[in-house]
Design a protein. Structure first.
Length: 224
């Protein structure tokens, strides 16, 4: 009797249906290249959830990662709308198709700019061992902009070194380090003037907002 019960249990388990696979051709994280008539720039997208209820986050032309709205996923086709905020709100529509493990599509911005989208899967950033920190490296020498470069609108770069500080004299280009880093700890000291608004982007995806707001202000953006 004991043996018969054991065999029945094994047969019952074998007959259970496999758990449903909610993954779609779009599921995962993607590195995007967007090409317009004037420029080529990177972007990023993450797709989770199911085909009936996809959850999507993107990094657009400017600003940091944000969730999208109006996502529709039907087979090998995906569409959604995102909003970017840089001085004003910018609405962007996306349409993507999946084929051969890659994604392609078109991005349309409300100012009429169109871009061709090419997507490849983002590499997994798994670490086999705990990272070992090296010696600290000074990013700003307090004297000049050695080690820094403008990466958008280079003709509008107004960053200068003054009195040991890295100072932006007026609105214009952003700057970045000429060196690139993998895992890192960043130490920043800042002096934000009244009505000042700046920030530090980590790998161009996540921003630490640095802006002045009077004490007691309802800080919806959680700026520093």
């Amino acid at each position: 009797m004991h043996c018969a019960h054991l065999v029945s249990a094994v047969l019952l388990l074998a007959a259970l249906p496999a758990a449903p696979d909610d993954r779609t051709p779009f599921t995962g994280r993607w590195d995007l290249t967007i090409t317009t008539a004037k420029e080529t720039y990177p972007s990023w997208m993450e797709v989770t959830g199911t085909a009936d209820a996809p959850n999507i986050r993107v990094v657009g032309r400017v600003a940091s990662v944000h969730p999208v709205t109006g996502a529709k996923l039907r087979g090998s086709h995906l569409s959604f709308t995102s909003s970017e905020y840089f001085g004003k709100k910018i609405n962007v529509s996306w349409t993507l198709q999946s084929a051969g493990g890659k994604l392609t599509g078109v991005q349309k911005r409300e100012d009429g700019t169109e871009g061709k989208i090419e997507c490849v899967r983002a590499p997994a950033l798994n670490r086999k061992a705990q990272a070992a920190w090296g010696e600290p490296r000074q990013l700003f020498n307090g004297k000049d902009l050695a080690g820094w470069e403008p990466f958008d609108s280079p003709g509008e770069n107004h960053w200068v070194a003054k009195d040991g500080e890295l100072l932006n004299e007026k609105a214009g280009a952003n700057i970045r380090t000429t060196n690139k880093f993998s895992d890192f700890k960043l130490h920043v000291e800042y002096n934000c003037p009244k009505v000042g608004n700046s920030g530090v982007y980590l790998r161009g995806r996540y921003e630490v907002q640095v802006e002045y707001e009077p004490a007691g202000t309802n800080d919806e953006a959680h700026g520093m």
